[in-house]
Design a protein around this ligand. Sequence first.
Ligand SMILES: Cc1ncc(COP(=O)(O)O)c(C=O)c1O
Length: 387
Amino acid sequence: MKFEHSIRGKIADFGTMVFSEFSRLFNEHRAIDLSRGFPHFKRNERLLTLMQKHIAEDRNHYLSVNGHKGLRKNIANLYQKYYGATYDGSTEVTITAGASQAIYTILSSMVRENDEVIIFEPAYDLYAPTVEVNQGKPVYVKLEQPDFHIDWSKVQKLITPQTRMIILTNPNNPTGSLLKAHDLQELHRTVNGTDILLLSDESLQFLVYDGYEHHSIANTESLAKRSFIVGGFGKTFQVTGWRTGFCLAPEDLMHEFRKLHQYIAFNVNSAAQFALSDYLEEGVDFKQIASEFEAKRDYFCQLLESTPFKAIPVKSGIFQPVTFETSVGYTDMELALKLIKEVGVAGVPLSAYVHDKTNYGMLRFCFARPDSLLEEAVEKLKTIDFL
Ligand SMILES: Cc1ncc(COP(=O)(O)O)c(C=O)c1O
């Protein structure tokens, strides 16, 4: 079937998300998928039991548009406990269809034509297309290597009267870097006295390793006042397909968010909200969960030692960036494609997360997989003779 008119959509310059492109390729070549970010090495039995219970008890219908009341309260309690921040569950917390919908809704309710939005790169690939579909302008700032930190003097030079928002990803995907207390002070200096809004994507917030601390925007009241904070449970509890995330914001900002949320999502996965609410209510040992992910990271990094890839263990998240010998001449994109087609392992090149496709000479592998799968992947990587 073909429409007889030529059509140019609103985000015509953006291609398919790198994951969709890579999924097609690794399915075709039957490669091991270490590219997509869905942890699946341990079933969360208690949470699955709660989900089954709520489906059986017929929590299968629309809920309040802003989300299950108890879940919102429990999320507010988490922010009180971990960050000392006070959010009112009824007016300042909204449950969303994953972090993705929260991000889409924030940007679509706040970004106007010609508004500038500062995005740090490498960046999770949802931000820029959503800014552009709302006629805003992404303003890119590269994170500084080797540890992918922010050079705040560069950010300060890019602030203009059109700057509407700064997007932070903390923990960062794909680099695994974390904001430090010093970053929040610099951020405060940068936005103080302006009406710039902040979007802090903290959806990997409970997966922080080696004793590092997660400094949420919620920690700093002067920043929290102008911030939308996005979180999620999909990765931490290994249920990414349930599509449940959340947004926190002061009441006035949340009021604007909800005006659009009601039309975009109306309501999200009811049974999952009941299950998550009960699960949080019972008390979750986030430290224990993080230590299980940390052990995965350690095991994967240890396995990588017998391959041509080098890894500095990440501080957070579920992805391990690796470097390779670039003098051989492959860009990271070329190497990622060669790995899928010839070696049978899928990772994502870091260049896929920058608008100008800068070659970082780095790939990103998801380590939150069963040991047997990691071992199988590494056996294949060991056979590489072209690096
Ligand atoms: C930094 C970041 N933000 C948002 C998302 C989207 O999360 P969700 O699956 O909850 O929509 C991801 C998923 O990988 C992510 O890594």
